[in-house]
Design a protein around this ligand. Structure first.
Ligand code: B12
Ligand code: SF4
Ligand code: SF4
Length: 382
């Protein structure tokens, strides 16, 4: 039995998963998730409410689930040259949902082969499934949940994508990290921040005070939520704190001392797009819908859509203090999409360009009046 389980682990590592661990599928304690939802910290991610009970109990997703296989893929890129806009490191790849999915299908085939089960006996997910991935990963001993809410591995720090396979196959569970690595006698990893000690770096590093308590992210204030998930107006009080972050936020990840062990990932399941980090703000502010589609085609950024990225680029431009961007921003203040206009106007004002804005508005009015006049003196078809 143990040999077969180790063979499974070896084969999944060979597929490209850097961590493969097993947990018993008994339901997770639910207070953390339920309190989080009750406090409204999910913002408008209402799908989290609808699927809460499933996230805690895999038996509600696949009846008869006995084990959860937790998979981690290291995406630490090593040091990257700084660009004008800052992108969350995870986003500088082709969409990991797409590139990990085929490997999950392969992993399922390995399970079928080794345990003689069928496709009905397991389900694989990465991110989008109703699975509380960090809770399961902590239970499986993949790492512990830090005060930054991230699943932190001793080998990779917090630079891991997580995926999971729920299965009816019974697999002996792995040990929690506290016993394996830290030599701690108890269940330190069962509490959020269990292996953080007295460190509070991540709490202090959050630019928008989105970590009201250790391990608790208030999505309403989180830059990651605001720049990726929120498809509408970004609250004014958070805009300055967003700084140069155009898509996602790594501020509470970067400062974690556990990252010192991270090595550049094997990238067997990831295709890097580090070129995106070199796009200048001018290029971003001038993007046409066609250029947006071509540049971000296979990335997770495509889901933000053209207007969403322009919205974010306007905020970043406003935060740079670079007044040479004003002409582009003034042009965007007349954009066809109200979402872009609103954020462009904010950026122009932040850069002290009210006069330019007023001039542009006057010019617009003049043009409109002239058009009306022209229509009157030369009626269409007259
Ligand atoms: C919704 C969501 C978001 C939201 C809300 C974030 C949040 N903290 O909940 C937003 C949009 C803000 C977001 C942001 C980010 N996200 Co996100 N997100 C998710 C998603 C889809 C659900 C998370 C969730 O259930 N949140 C609800 C809260 C209450 O749950 P939780 O944070 O997981 O914490 C619970 C458990 O950890 C558990 N627990 C804690 N300790 C222990 C110990 C034991 C033993 C047990 C049993 C349980 C347990 O208790 C907590 C409360 O119940 C997951 C994918 C998934 N299906 O799980 C990805 C996921 C968490 N995100 C991920 C990433 C990469 C990010 C970002 C880094 C992206 C970025 N750079 O911009 C940021 C990081 C923000 C942060 N500090 O958490 C990764 C995290 C990988 C990792 N190593 O932890 C995930 C797992 C996606 C993936 N498949 O890789 N995200
Ligand atoms: S991702 Fe950024 S905004 Fe969100 S909690 Fe972490 S540091 Fe704060
Ligand atoms: S930065 Fe410090 S407090 Fe935050 S998760 Fe890392 S070790 Fe824990």
């Amino acid at each position: 039995m143990a040999a077969r389980r180790e063979e499974l682990r070896r084969r999944l590592v060979a597929l490209g998963f850097d961590e493969v661990l097993f947990a018993v599928a008994a339901a997770l304690p639910g207070e953390g998730l339920r309190d989080w939802l009750a406090a409204g910290r999910q913002a408008d991610m209402h799908w989290m409410e609808r699927t809460a009970e499933k996230r805690l109990d895999p038996g509600r997703v696949l009846t008869g689930t006995r084990s959860v296989i937790l998979l981690g893929v290291n995406y630490w890129p090593g040091p990257l040259p700084a660009g004008e806009a800052t992108w969350a490191r995870y986003a500088l790849h082709e969409d990991y949902h797409d590139t990990l999915q085929p490997a999950l299908v392969e992993a399922g085939r390995v399970l079928e082969e080794l345990y003689g089960v069928s496709r009905e006996d397991y389900r694989g997910y990465t991110d989008t499934g109703p699975v509380l991935e960090r809770g399961w990963a902590a239970r499986a001993g993949l790492g512990f949940v830090g005060k930054n809410a991230m699943l932190i591995s001793r080998r990779h720090g917090n630079w891991l994508f997580l995926a999971s396979i729920l299965t009816r196959v019974e697999l002996a569970p792995d040990e929690p990290v506290s016993r394996k690595f830290a030599g701690l006698p108890g269940e330190a990893d069962r509490a959020v921040g269990g292996l953080c000690g007295t460190c509070t770096r991540c709490l202090a590093a959050c630019p928008t005070d989105a970590l009201p308590a250790p391990g608790v992210v208030d999505a309403r204030r989180c830059i990651s939520y605001q720049t990726i998930e929120n498809k509408g107006v970004i609250p004014r009080e958070l805009r300055a704190g967003i700084g140069r972050r155009i898509f996602g936020c790594d501020a509470c990840l970067e400062v974690c001392p556990w990252n010192r062990f991270a090595q550049v990932g094997r990238r067997l399941l990831l295709t890097v797009r580090h070129d995106l980090a070199q796009l200048t703000l001018r290029e971003l502010l001038e993007l046409t819908p066609e250029q947006f589609a071509a540049t971000f085609r296979r990335t997770s950024i495509k889901r933000l859509k053209w207007a969403g990225l322009l919205r974010n680029a306007c905020l970043v431009a406003g935060n740079t203090g670079d007044r040479t961007l004003l002409p582009l921003l003034v042009r965007l203040a007349g954009h066809e999409r109200a979402l872009v206009r609103a954020h462009a106007v904010w950026a122009v004002r932040r850069l002290g360009g009210e006069m330019l804005l007023a001039a542009a508005r006057a010019a617009e009015t003049d043009a409109a009046v002239l058009e009306e006049y022209a229509a009157e003196v030369e009626p269409v078809g007259g």
